[in-house]
Design a protein around this ligand. Structure first.
Ligand code: NI
Length: 190
């Protein structure tokens, strides 16, 4: 490693205790360090290799409050390029809730229908410690809420209102997505 190449890290799966722990805030003294930049790069790289739209540090067994995510362009939805958020805080805007299908790299092979707040505001810092403030809605807001939950040891299964809407991916594609107008057929789960 020369410090530029990112490493593909192992994604831990449900049952690993770190996935269920509340992650620690990233200490201020780590902001802008090579160590934190490297962790951020590893998250983005591993997310890309695994074809996810999000990956939180606890999913690579690092109990710290940061995650990587991206939102692919879809119809009139613009792309959000790969982004790393450190010590994020989420505030819900409004009361609207949408249901949408999610998957998770730590729960491979399954999809579940999950209610999420439609619109949120996020405050965080980047790996350099610069403040980040954004509002997100729809799928963008969903990805952020899913990743944020990982920092508190929560997975999407905990957010589901019924296990009736849990399916293996091939069956989900065949019987559920095939029978609807299907909004995210190409997206892998966070
Ligand atoms: Ni996940």
């Amino acid at each position: 490693m020369n410090g530029i190449d990112a490493a593909r890290r192992e994604v831990i799966r449900l049952g690993h205790p770190v996935l269920r722990q509340v992650a620690e805030p990233v200490p201020d003294r780590w902001l802008g360090t090579g160590q934190l930049r490297e962790l951020g790069r590893d998250l983005v790289h591993t997310m890309a290799v695994e074809q996810g739209v999000g990956l939180a540090a606890p999913q690579i067994a690092e109990g710290l409050r940061l995650f990587a995510y991206w939102v692919p362009a879809f119809e009139d939805r613009p792309e959000v390029p790969p982004t790393v958020l450190v010590n994020p805080e989420i505030r819900v805007i409004g009361e609207e809730v949408d249901e949408g299908w999610e998957g998770c790299l730590s729960i491979p092979g399954l999809r579940g229908l999950v209610p999420r707040h439609r619109r949120i505001k996020v405050k965080a810092v980047d790996v350099e410690g610069s403040p980040v403030s954004l509002t997100a809605d729809g799928f963008h807001a969903r990805v952020l809420q899913h990743e944020y939950d990982h920092l508190d040891g929560i997975v999407y299964l905990d957010r589901m209102t019924s296990s009736l809407y849990l399916a293996f991916e091939p069956e989900w594609e065949r019987y559920i997505l095939g029978g609807s107008d299907g909004d995210e057929p190409g997206d892998e789960g966070p």
